[in-house]
Design a protein around this ligand. Structure first.
Ligand code: DQA
Length: 151
């Protein structure tokens, strides 16, 4: 079965309490539940992991490499400077979709640049929690296309 790793970076454990104007009112558990529901209808397996530490996100990614078929990631502020995380995503060798709850292109200048963007297949920003399920759906389609092309 297709397996997708969903990574949440720093401060996303505070969803629901954190700046609801930008990040919405759902908690991280609520978001992960919606991801799991969508995964069930798509008949894929997902694992969600959150950490406030770049190294822990990298450790998780490295441990799962070889078992996973794709990654959905909201790296939080690491998006803007997390070069070790970027390298780990590249090294994973699987397609990556970058997600942001808020529209990072309509906020402060420092949020507009993502060091992960050219590593990712694509980016979804500004759609709130729905960005994760949209990313999952896109990624599953991309993985299926890649597999069909390989045969
Ligand atoms: C975020 C945007 C980042 O700039 C910010 O540091 C976050 C969340 C988002 O989901 O909109 O922590 O990735």
């Amino acid at each position: 079965m297709t397996k997708i790793l969903v990574l949440h970076g720093p401060n996303l454990n505070f969803l629901g309490r954190r700046d609801p104007h930008h990040y919405g009112s759902l908690t991280l558990d609520d978001v992960n539940r919606r991801i799991a529901e969508r995964a069930a209808t798509l008949q894929v397996e997902t694992e969600c992991f959150q950490s406030n530490h770049e190294g822990a996100l990298i450790d998780c990614l490295q441990e799962r490499t070889g078992e996973i078929d794709g990654v959905v990631i909201n790296a939080g502020a690491l998006t803007h400077y997390g070069l070790s995380l970027k390298d780990a995503l590249t090294d994973s060798g699987v397609p990556v979709v970058e997600v942001h709850l808020s529209n990072i292109h309509a906020r402060e200048a420092w949020r507009r640049h993502s060091v992960l963007a050219d590593t990712a297949q694509g980016q979804i920003a500004g759609l709130g929690w729905r960005g994760y399920t949209a990313a999952l759906e896109a990624l599953v389609g991309i993985i299926a296309d890649d597999a069909a092309q390989a045969t």
